[in-house]
Design a protein around this ligand. Sequence first.
Ligand SMILES: NC(=O)c1ccc[n+]([C@@H]2O[C@H](COP(=O)([O-])OP(=O)(O)OC[C@H]3O[C@@H](n4cnc5c(N)ncnc54)[C@H](O)[C@@H]3O)[C@@H](O)[C@H]2O)c1
Ligand SMILES: O=C(O)C(=O)C[C@]1(C(=O)O)C=C[C@@H](O)C=C1
Length: 336
Amino acid sequence: MAATVVCSSGNVEVVCQSVRVTSAMKAPVCVLGTGLIGGSLLRAALAAGYDGWGYNRSAAGAQAARADGFDVTEDLPAALRRAAGTDALIVVGVPMPAVDHMLSAIASYAPECVLTDVVSVKAPVAAAVRDHGLADRYVGGHPMAGTSESGWAATDPELFRDAVWAVGVDEGTRAEPWTRVARLALDCGSVVVPVVAAEHDRAVARISHLPHVLAEALALAGATGGDLALGLAAGSFRDGTRVAGTAPDLVRAICEPNSAALLEVLDETLTVLGAARDSLRAETSLADLVEAGHDARRRYESARRWEITDTLPGDQDWLERLRAAGQRGGVLTRLS
Ligand SMILES: NC(=O)c1ccc[n+]([C@@H]2O[C@H](COP(=O)([O-])OP(=O)(O)OC[C@H]3O[C@@H](n4cnc5c(N)ncnc54)[C@H](O)[C@@H]3O)[C@@H](O)[C@H]2O)c1
Ligand SMILES: O=C(O)C(=O)C[C@]1(C(=O)O)C=C[C@@H](O)C=C1
């Protein structure tokens, strides 16, 4: 059934006609790592009519998913053998340090399946995929959604609703696997931003990795103020430190593989903070920082994405055209 869908969340607002999709078009998903993101993806895909199963390294994690009625095993070769020789789409849902292990297993047990991932950095995953000889079947992915919680207990099939989901348009990407990954993102309720790995990594250093580092620093500043400071803390401290509640190992796995881009934006930010410090020391005004920051926040709030309607995977020059559209704020909201 075709329906009008309005997707609206923060700076994402698009109106689209959904397309007729039958369950026969939906090849199964095999999710490696059923924590917050992989587990939410498995649940969202099943809710959208996909078949699917998962792997979790811990018996307790797999058991928790099974208790909720999901088909999750702690046997990685078994999960992959089940995908081998089928049209299953493999989704790598683990943190960056565990990616190499997943790719080795994929190369051994399911060498022909199309694969994607949800990892927060894209160039390091793409390099690992090349090292394992899997590049022709890989399309990078990154759902821009999450919480500070971890593990199966935190999963939510609605996590990706109205989110943006970055899908890689790097040199050599093939149309058929790209379409499958983009369709999964759309079926999970997201809109798709086409982006090349290096540009993705520079962008997320600014809007995700720097905020994680600043949240840690802000949490420290508050805690150093002792009981009184923490007792007085209200909205600004709560919002600014929210992601410091994320598991430390995961924050490191998100930020450290993107160190070059993160260093660049950290240096920029230190310069801005240094100027604020100099102003306060000289007892002059904070106006420069505050007015520029206020304008920047308004730009974010009023930014509107637009729907890409003139390019589909497989069209002539589709990779270049999708890439250019993504850079200009375009999103794909449907695939025919
Ligand atoms: N948390 C977020 O907000 C967020 C958002 C978008 C993308 N991501 C990315 O998604 C991926 C998963 O993060 P998450 O938030 O779901 O974390 P999580 O801790 O909730 O889940 C991680 C999963 O990976 C598994 N895992 C970890 N190390 C492993 C290893 N060595 N071998 C096998 N399995 C292993 C864990 O058992 C768990 O199932 C990461 O790459 C992260 O960068 C996270
Ligand atoms: O909302 C959160 O809790 C998140 O941390 C999600 C968030 C982010 O916005 O920075 C974290 C890491 C990602 O790779 C993508 C999204």
